[in-house]
Design a protein around this ligand. Structure first.
Ligand code: G3P
Ligand code: CA
Length: 462
């Protein structure tokens, strides 16, 4: 791959560089200010974005692949979280969507660097958050480099690879630029090398997939409640995921966190509260007053809500030691053919597989893997084998077209979570993903149906 890149650069690329025009105050004509206060003098582009974001674009909307390099220096910041960034796959006029590789002054912090997409004037989709080894310092230059090829993007800081994602899909082509927020900064030695065009992912066919609502239709209703499950069915989900623990007195109940603190008006650990105590809690108001009084459901109630809806119950077991109780509850509901179990714990997956082989059971993972697609797939497949399953449910950042193909080659059924951006859903569809877990089952169901996916709820239940 590296050799190819060097070859392409040497043979096909051209290089564009800021001129060193002494004393000039005007930006060279190739640059377009789309927001903020920029100044160009002595080969240095400086900007003041202390009070508002600033952006400048360079190049053509038709550019597909390139390598962008710049030396960037923070001069003053409002606070440690402020950032400067290279923009890629943008539009000359600054319109959305556009993508960026930023660094914050506290570069080693959570989101010290990112791959982020500005979807519209208000929303970002942050596809990857990473920490650099070292923080940035006022007055100390850092080298930023971005390589975009097809739907792959890599972001480097001082030579270190920080961001790597195959989800650069919002535009097939687009110009480049710089972007800053809440700081004063300067940029020097800006260079763009064009790289040869590559086949576009959008030329592949869309394939339908299973639409799994994440914790119910959690974008609109309080997660892990009966109303969220009901809304998932109405939204056309073909599956509904929820999380379970056992209450102190035994029954299995729906809750994501180990405590009730975030999603109810009570406090305490789920496993130290009885069902009666959990029942008294309000699990809806935290989301919206119109859900006040919504209670913490039992697994039995959740299954009853889903039975016959055409929507599969996807039960995520969050603690060890309750597999038998979960399997028995599913059997008692007569829903072996309408349920699946998922778990991060290999022990739980193994137990469920042994207890009830008719119940599909996937091993969950959000591991950050390194190595070739085949090495990554081999690691995932070996973990699945240890759990005695052929189903895996992976954080979407673990996937690429190649990794997915390698996993399928190894006979695995691949689900993914949690994807809320339709652009990424489309990419995954074109790669042939089998199931997507999402907070937005409404958007996912539309996409899947467009590709011939099954209609849910079935007509007789509409
Ligand atoms: O579907 C899997 C996903 O739910 C795992 O993450 O934190 O939402 O339980 P979490
Ligand atoms: Ca979950």
């Amino acid at each position: 791959m590296k050799n190819n890149l060097i070859f392409f650069v040497a043979v096909f690329s051209f290089c564009l560089q800021l001129g060193h025009v002494h004393g000039a105050e005007q930006l060279p004509t190739e640059w377009r200010i789309t927001a903020g206060n920029w100044r160009f003098a002595d080969g240095i582009l400086s900007v003041d974005s202390m009070n508002a974001e600033a952006r400048v674009t360079f190049g053509e909307d038709s550019w597909q692949n390139y390598e962008i390099k710049v030396t960037a220096t923070f001069l003053k910041v409002q606070n440690n979280s402020r950032w400067l960034a290279i923009v890629f796959r943008g539009a000359r006029d600054g319109s959305t969507p556009w993508s960026q590789f930023p660094i914050r002054l506290k570069t080693s912090g959570h989101s010290g660097s990112e791959f982020a997409v500005r979807k519209d004037s208000k929303h970002w989709d942050v596809r990857q958050r990473v920490r650099a080894v070292k923080d940035s310092q006022i007055g100390r230059p850092r080298q930023l480099r971005v390589v975009v090829q097809g739907s792959n993007v890599q972001g480097f800081l001082d030579g270190q690879l920080l961001v790597e994602s195959p989800f650069c899909m919002d535009r097939n082509t687009g110009c480049v630029g710089l972007s800053v927020s809440g700081c004063m900064a300067k940029f020097e030695d800006f260079k763009v090398r064009r790289l040869p065009d590559t086949p576009q992912i959008l030329q592949k066919d869309l394939k339908p997939f299973e639409v799994v609502a994440h914790r119910g239709f959690s974008a609109v209703a309080p997660e892990n409640t009966l109303v969220a499950i009901q809304k998932a069915i109405e939204a056309g989900a073909t599956g509904c995921e929820f999380d379970v623990y056992a209450a102190k007195d035994g029954p299995v109940v729906l809750m994501h966190d180990a405590t009730v603190n975030r999603t109810t008006d009570g406090i305490g650990k789920v496993t130290e509260l009885t069902v009666a105590q959990l029942r008294q809690m309000d699990a809806g108001s935290w989301k919206d007053q119109r859900y006040a009084g919504e209670s913490v459901p039992t697994l039995k109630e959740a299954l009853k809500t889903l039975k016959g809806s055409g929507c599969q119950a996807v039960i995520e077991i969050k603690m060890e030691g309750i597999s038998k109780r979960v399997v028995e509850t599913v059997r008692a509901a007569g829903m072996l053919d309408q349920c699946a179990v998922i778990a991060f714990s290999a022990t739980v997956v193994k137990e469920v597989r042994a207890l009830e082989p008719r119940l599909p059971c996937a091993w969950l993972s959000g591991e950050k893997l390194k190595g070739s697609p085949s090495q990554r797939a081999a690691w995932i497949a070996s973990r699945a084998k240890q759990c005695n399953t052929n189903m895996v449910d992976l954080n979407y950042n673990m996937l690429s077209a190649e990794v997915l193909a390698e996993l399928k080659k190894r006979g695995l059924i691949v689900w993914t979570w949690t994807v809320n951006d339709p652009v990424i859903m489309e990419g995954l569809m074109r790669w042939g993903i089998q199931s997507i877990t999402t907070d937005r089952p409404d958007l996912a169901a539309k996409l899947s149906k467009r590709a011939g996916g099954r209609n849910n709820p079935p007509d007789h239940l509409r």
